[in-house]
Every structure is written in structure tokens, then in C-alpha cells.
Design a protein around this ligand. Structure first.
Ligand SMILES: [Zn+2]
Length: 111
């Protein structure tokens, strides 16, 4: 099994996530109490926008963790084996998402 394309995809996605995280920094900053702001509603809007940004960032971090784990599995030569049962993960599944760590059976059982 040629790991290079998978490794490249995983690494590339990590870079993309890092760039997105950096770009989102501003939205994640604490909501300022701007005396010029139009009042309570706009502040609530700002808080809501921030909450969404935090949720997006949380998902990015979770995804980054999964990507790093997959890269580690490549290093450990366990990539492509289901973490739960040890069976081979279908190539199509890995093609779809190289960070997937379980076979279709175990994924189905988990959800
Ligand atoms: Zn399995």
C-alpha cells in the first residue's frame, strides 16, 4: 500500500486547518464592550458570532487531532487497519477520508 498520497493529503489538510485557525483568531477574540455599539442587540449578535466561531474552531481542532493520529498510524505502519477490530479498512473508505480509523462495520456499530 502506497502511503505517500495519504500522508500528503493528511499533511495538506493540517496546513489548511492551521491557516483557517489563524484567520479565525479575530472572531475568537473576547467580545469588546464597545460604547459606540448600538446597544444590547449588537452585542448579543457579536456573542453569537463568537460562539459559532468557537464551535468551528473546536471542530477544526478535533479534525486536526484525527489527522495527526492518522499520520502517526502511517509512521507506526498501522494505517489502514481498523482501530477497533484490526481488519483492513476498505480502500474506498480511506480514499474518501484518510483520517478514518475504523472499518465500515465498526463505524456502523459505534453510531
Ligand atoms: Zn472494524
Amino acid at each position: 500500500m502506497d502511503m505517500a498520497p495519504y500522508r500528503a493529503r493528511l499533511a495538506q489538510e493540517l496546513v489548511t486547518l492551521a491557516v483557517e485557525s489563524a484567520a479565525a483568531k479575530e472572531a475568537l477574540a473576547p467580545v469588546a464592550l464597545d460604547p459606540q455599539s448600538v446597544g444590547r442587540l449588537s452585542r448579543m449578535d457579536a456573542i453569537q458570532v463568537q460562539a459559532m466561531a468557537q464551535e468551528t474552531e473546536r471542530r477544526r481542532q478535533a479534525r486536526a487531532t484525527a489527522l495527526r493520529a492518522a499520520l502517526k498510524r502511517i509512521e507506526d505502519a498501522t494505517f489502514g487497519s481498523c482501530l477497533a477490530c484490526g481488519e483492513d479498512i476498505a480502500a474506498k473508505r480511506l480514499e474518501f477520508d484518510p483520517a478514518i480509523a475504523t472499518c465500515i462495520d465498526c463505524a456502523g456499530r459505534a453510531s
